[in-house]
Design a protein around this ligand. Structure first.
Ligand code: NAI
Length: 338
């Protein structure tokens, strides 16, 4: 039976990469019935009103969503819809696997990292105000509850997927209370996972080590802000934002989306690389129990990269979004015939 999934095409390049991903999933025979919902503004709504929003209702009913990026104005205007959605649905764990794709030229081969970013608090709580003209205060909220549950998620994932080490990333030398609490929570959770190594690294040193020797890392555990920044850095290690998938996971539902934003600079030009959303859909299909079709799609994407004829501009090719998608579908069909 087909799984019903909420679909949010999003802004900018969102509709282009969503179209490409849907074409691929259909060609692969994924059993999905889409419920397309526009992302109306739930920003500023009280929790009880946000739950009446059609997007939130659909996600809570279907329990799974595939989402394109949503634009947030810089400095002015409405607060982030993405952040509001993650908070309203309590999608507390943001999973971002970062791996090289064959044929994409990068400084390092065999990068294979998994990022766990806390998704609901930290400086993203949106609590900021003008104290007096020229002085602004932004509140960083860290709780033992949210820190422990993201740590638990990371350790359980490490155990389930045969990962060896979890590294907590922090700045507790400066933010002794907030980042100190995050570390303390991770250490307590680690006690139940003696089979998984655990260590800690200061965020600035972590960035330097990542660009010099990414192989020393396995699973990274980060607060919201560090997780946001370090994930883009890690995307750069494997060829850019067009390649890295993600999942926002909570106890009530899961929303799968690429790491990248709406890329207004290339929107509407048929240049965008849909790989990140396609790989997010692979994570979604595994979550839905459709592992075989997910494996076929992933293999077809890797085949298209290995062949290297129809790659998009961000990874050194000349192909359009649609040409790349056709190449992946071609690889999928060739595998089925072979
Ligand atoms: P961005 O990720 O949209 O773009 C950064 C750079 O990467 C741009 O040069 C863009 O062309 C390139 N890029 C991104 N995705 C690509 C793809 N699939 N193929 C080829 N090139 C790609 O980040 P930016 O410009 O900082 O943000 C633009 C908007 O997106 C902002 O409003 C931001 O708030 C929003 N955003 C939304 C996210 C979400 O919905 N989850 C996540 C990140 C940003």
């Amino acid at each position: 039976m087909a799984s019903k999934v909420t679909l949010i095409p999003g802004d900018g390049i969102g509709p282009e990469v969503t179209r490409a991903t849907l074409r691929l999933l259909e060609a692969a025979g994924a059993q999905v019935e889409w419920e397309e919902v526009e992302a109306k503004s739930i920003v500023g709504l009280r929790q009880e009103d946000a739950h009446a929003d059609p997007l939130v209702t659909s996600l809570l009913q279907n329990r799974v969503g595939l989402k394109g990026p949503l634009t947030t104005p810089v400095g002015v205007g409405h607060r982030s819809l993405n952040v509001a959605l993650r908070k309203t649905l309590d999608l507390y764990a943001n999973l971002r696997p970062v791996r090289n794709l064959p044929g994409v030229k990068t400084p390092f081969a065999d990068v294979d990292l998994v990022i766990f970013r806390e998704n609901t608090e930290d400086l993203y709580s949106g609590l900021e105000h003008v104290v007096l003209p020229g002085v602004v205060e932004s509140l960083k909220i860290i709780t033992a509850h949210a820190s422990a549950r993201i740590a638990l998620f990371a350790f359980e994932y490490a155990r389930a997927y045969g990962r060896k080490r979890v590294t907590a990333v922090h700045k507790a030398n400066i933010m002794k209370l907030s980042d100190g609490l995050f570390l303390d929570s991770a250490r307590r959770v680690h006690v139940a996972f003696p089979d998984i190594e655990y260590n800690e690294i200061i965020v600035d040193n972590c960035c330097m080590q990542l660009v010099m020797n990414p192989h020393r890392f396995d699973v990274l555990l980060l607060e919201n802000l560090y997780g946001d920044i370090v994930s883009d850095l890690c995307a750069g290690l494997v060829g850019g934002l067009g390649l890295v998938p993600g999942a926002n996971l909570g106890d009530r539902c899961a929303v799968f989306e690429a790491v990248h934003g709406s890329a207004p600079d290339i929107a509407g030009k048929n240049f965008a690389n849909p790989t990140a959303l396609m790989l997010s859909a692979v994570l979604m299909l595994r979550h839905l129990g459709q592992a075989t079709v997910a494996d076929h799609i992933e293999k077809a994407i890797y085949s298209a990269y290995r062949a290297g004829r129809w790659l998009t501009r961000d990874v050194g090719g000349k192909a359009s979004t649609e040409e790349f998608t056709s190449a992946v579908i071609g690889a999928l069909e060739a595998k089925v015939k072979g």
